[in-house]
Design a protein around this ligand. Sequence first.
Ligand code: BGC
Length: 615
Amino acid sequence: MLAFMKIKYIFLLLTGLFALIYWSISSARKLNEKSVSTYSLEKNEDQPKNNSKLPYQDSSLSSEERVNNLLSRMTESEKIGQMALVERKYLGNINDIAQYKLGALLSGAGSLPEPNTPQGWTQMINSFQEQTQQTRLQIPLLYGVDAVHGHGNLAGATIFPHQIGLGATHDENLIKRIGEAVAKELRATGIYWNFAPSLDIATDNRWGRTYETFGSNPDLVSRLGRALIQGLQTTSTNEPIVMATAKHYLGAGATKWGTSTNQFYFLDQGQSTITEEKLRSTHLTPFKAAISEGVFSIMAGLHSWNGEKMAGHSYLLTEVLKNELGFKGFIVSDWHGVNQINPTNKYESVVKAINSGIDMVMIPDDYKEFFEVMYEALAKEDISQKRLNDAVSRILLAKFQIGLFEKSFTDQERFYEIDLLSHKELAREAVRKSVVLLKDTEHVLPLSKNNSHILVAGSSADNLGRQSGGWTIEWQGINGNQIPGTTILQAIKQTVDTTTVVEYSEEAKFPQITDLADIGIAVVGEKPYAEGEGDQEKLHLSTEDLLVIERLKQKSKKLIVLLICGRPIDIKNINHDIDVIITAWLPGTQGSGVTDVIFGDHPFTGILPIAWPIE
Ligand code: BGC
């Protein structure tokens, strides 16, 4: 009987042991589940009892300690989620944020919430952050936008001059203050990641991204890039830091005409064959400066160097950027940049990109496929666990360092910081410092505010869309006065004496005028464009603009041509007919900065950041 009892106990013990082993194996398997669709969220499984914090949630620990702790708790699918950057409009379902444990979302240019107001942005981003609270580890999302000249997607935000204009100011202190203002406007709507500044060096004015650069001088670009990063990444006591992104690594401005891999473009996304020495001495300089300024992220461009796409360039990404220059932040790929490595083979593209050093993939649409590819690559060990952990650690480190775990939700408290009067004044200061006087041989300027009769004409005279250029509300910009601001025409009217007659006709049709006006001001230039859509072989004024200049010449004693454009336009053949030529670049919403210098309230101090031969 005793022996039977013993056997019974041993049997029960063994059964229990087997059940325990089976349970642990199946739980471990569950955690390592390869298919997201069957992976259960296991909500709160890792949550501490009694509301005590897990080490990674403890802000008194160092960011590095927190990363190590969090990483040790993460499953493979959670890690892949952190590497994914998805455009919000491609989210199949908002629950996918929790289901796939996505780490980052973006609004590409023109990808706007409804309504496009501070409330609209905040509610949208908060609702995305709420999804992360449904996940086991509750890792907050990074939300990125291209605030390349202010919070340009948001109607009502302050629109500063595009970078080419800022380049003309040569004023680091000003650029730093602009960075701070932009960061405030972003923060107010819960955005802590900006895809700016562009540290590209413009070498061919036909490039549609020339205006996104600070110009062609590597030292100037380095100094101003540093200042903008400093301003954007200024620490704030209660709010996360806004991370800057140095882009587009490396040599995006050095591509050759006609080599673009995008069939509709000519230079953008093209190929560069400059020597390594040139690449380093010219194009790498600003990135070195950005790294020493502590830039959190760097974006790999969509172009190639020596036949190799940037997103798959292990020499430039890993050997140069990470190993040689010691970049500790994370590298994000650009829009579809990874797929472009081998457009017919996504698996190969992803494997190459991650192994080359890309840490976060701007997918931006088919994230489900990205997950499948990553699982396969990890299972086959085509991507190592070491590389996976390195990429995820870099992303988490940035999230901890900027303070995102301490505050990822935003309330309305800071809406007043959008379009503050001080920001408008700052933008106006930037405009007046960016305006460059190209010709005034007869010293027509400054204009007297008491001139009795001024004629104003041209496609850009009364058009905030044209003043602001691309990356404003829409990717390719807008036309007309759909956003608040001051047009050049309005600024002229506000500046002159009440006795001065200012007449305006967009097409310079002034049939009623028989006596010559004192001054004619033609405000002409480029239509908004962005990226390769703006690649253009001949850079001259349109027939309509030339006609406006011609008509105005016949009606005024002195003719001023004010150019609103993103790059040097060829005006050699009309130069002799014009008394004064000025460029205001793409000044943004504060047109009064232009009249500040034309009417002599401030001197012209802008200096060309890029060559512009006018003779
Ligand atoms: C551009 C990047 C931009 C990204 C996200 C891409 O098309 O090349 O400069 O940051 O879109 O909007």
